[in-house]
Design a protein around this ligand. Sequence first.
Ligand code: GMT
Length: 378
Amino acid sequence: MKIGIVCQSTTGGSGILATELGLALAERGSEVHFISMEAPFRLRCFAQNVFSHSVDVINYPLFKLPPYSLALASKISEVAEEFNLEIVHAHYAVPNAVAALLARDMLPPEKRFCLVTTLHGTDITLVGGHPSFYRATRYAMEKSCAVTAVSNWLNKETKREFNLSGTVHTIYNFLDGNKFAPQQGNCDVLAKSDEKIVMHISNFRPVKRVTDVVRVFKKIVDILPARLVMVGDGPERLAASGVAKQLGITEHIQYLGNCDNIEDILPCADLVIQPSEHESFGLVPLEAMSCEVPVIVTASGGITEVVAHGETGYLCEVGDIETMAEHAVALLLHPDQAREMGRKARAHVLKHFSRDAIVDQYETLYREVLARKNNDSR
Ligand code: GMT
């Protein structure tokens, strides 16, 4: 198949998932064209059947903000026409699915592709549902050949918020279990030998509640030697350092900034804490679980479909610092229990979220929408 993948190029789960999906499809023989602001951040090197197209945005003084969505639509249309794309798969509804729809309408009828839209979470819960984007988001979903959501929770939220006439298919996120594996890298640079490593990975947006991580960590470090490794960057980074300073634990925390080799860092962790307001899926906990690292997450959103409480990790109430700290300390003081939980977590990931099984589901969906299109045009 000839497939276009439209995604965010910056750090974030939707861009990562889109990149991994594109690479997997290319490995299976499809020709895959990534279309985004710049090459997606985990698309590291050349791979067979993979092409990347960046969007050119001009900065004209008349515009307060350059109209990226229009430039994106033009680029999608141009690439679709030149390479005869059959499918364009937009990850994140705003603006990607809306721009792809416009791009499709720009093409002559015989060149029009099938648009598949994957909803990742905040494109529905925070951005798409906002009055400024609601109608455009709904329109893009209604006009897509197929819409998928990364969890049943997000599927239900989408139906509830947008009252769609068609079906939303749940296709879970996936990872490559060989890439995210429990082998140890060189972890000496992260902590002293007697310190436990507690890790948090995100884009430090308010929804991630990074100051909760710091507060939980304070309760841990009061009891045992530990180091908090914060991976990523974003608007709440300053708030996190501020709280750490207030609590007097600054010297126990290390900020690594954005890293594109998460798979080398994650296995160093003894515990990962992701106390988000909500997560439609939770790719970071999935990656941690695949590395046999126990996770503490919040029971809010589709993450409850990924983590089984008490078995493959812990689900706590949002903001319940006390309970999160209790579970954290218990895990760090009882490495055998933590190892057992880690092993169960990896087995769960490999069984339910493996790359091959999930990529099969996307390929099947593509074939279905193409068959429907061919039938309709007869
Ligand atoms: O949450 C982020 O930091 C990024 C965001 C995105 O769209 O890139 O993540 C969303 O999509 C991920 C991939 O499907 C999911 O694993 C995350 O749970 C989801 N984030 C939220 O729902 C807050």
